[in-house]
Design a protein around this ligand. Structure first.
Ligand code: ADP
Length: 255
């Protein structure tokens, strides 16, 4: 079996996957200001974890917004194709992918072979993305990873502002009026869920729906998405690594 590496240089997080037969190695680091350096670091981490050398690698495929800057890959592939491939591998039979990352959200329709049929993307506005949640978590004085466990859907407070900057001021105002933090978080999750679900409905949602990207780690957004879509969603165990896995599978097939 070919030893293959997939690298996903996202706007927030850089993810790497190394496939060696049945063994899978994964690593994630902040992308920082240089996607090229982040990619090189990922590659070194993966080689160190697996005990392999660079010359033993069969192929490297890079994806993600920073892919153009990375100079160690055999091929650059779009995130859409990589997510489709990753999901088709992890969840055969999936028809719709909702991917919410750091700076964009996407909905991708695929067929049973993982072929992309259609997609829609919001990359114009931070609302409905992971960055929006990072800014809001910061305003609430917590880490983005805490939002899911600290939300209180029963005390839901509606957040009306679509714009990230205005939403930040709105939250400061809601806190000043004594609204519960858990309720505000539930409102934030609902606003992300609503935005992404409306994009999904425009494209057409067909079950099975897979939820991927770093934001899928947040069970509050998962809850809101299920509510807004009106159907179940499957959060893949390695939701943040789906693009990197798809890139590694592409590398394995091509080399
Ligand atoms: P990108 O590929 O654009 O860098 P990712 O798919 O890696 O984006 O997702 C990054 C986003 O995931 C962050 O902006 C943050 O909102 C969210 N995130 C990252 N880690 C966690 C976590 N542990 N819990 C909840 N959300 C998280």
């Amino acid at each position: 079996m070919m030893i293959a590496v997939g690298i996903d240089l996202g706007s927030v997080a850089a993810k790497g996957v190394l496939l060696n037969g049945k063994d899978i190695y994964k690593t994630v680091i902040p992308t920082g200001w240089s996607p090229r350096d982040a990619g090189r670091k990922l590659l070194n981490d993966l080689l160190q974890q697996s005990g392999l050398t660079r010359s033993q690698l069969g192929g490297i495929v890079v994806t993600g917004y920073g892919r153009v800057a990375f100079d160690q890959a055999d091929r650059k592939v779009t995130e859409i194709s990589c997510h489709a491939r990753g999901v088709a591998h992890l969840l055969p039979g999936a028809n719709t992918i909702v991917d919410i990352g750091g700076q964009d959200s996407k909905v991708i329709r695929i067929n049973e072979h993982g072929k992309v049929l259609d997609f829609a993307m919001n990359d114009k506005c931070a609302a409905g993305t992971g960055r929006f949640l990072q800014v809001m978590a910061n305003t609430l004085g917590m880490d983005v990873g805490q939002l899911g466990e600290l939300e209180a859907p029963g005390e839901h407070v509606t957040v009306n502002s679509m714009c990230t900057v205005f939403a930040e001021s709105e939250i400061i105002g809601l806190l000043a009026r004594g609204m519960s933090t858990g309720g505000i978080i539930a409102g934030l999750h609902q606003s992300v869920g609503k935005r992404v679900a409306s994009m999904a409905r425009r494209l057409g949602v067909k079950e099975i729906v897979a939820f991927t990207g770093g934001v899928a780690l947040n069970q509050g957004v998962e809850r809101a998405l299920v509510q807004e879509l009106g159907c179940p969603v499957v959060v893949l165990e390695d939701c943040q690594f789906t693009g990197a896995l798809g890139a590694a599978l592409t590398a394995a097939q091509e080399s």
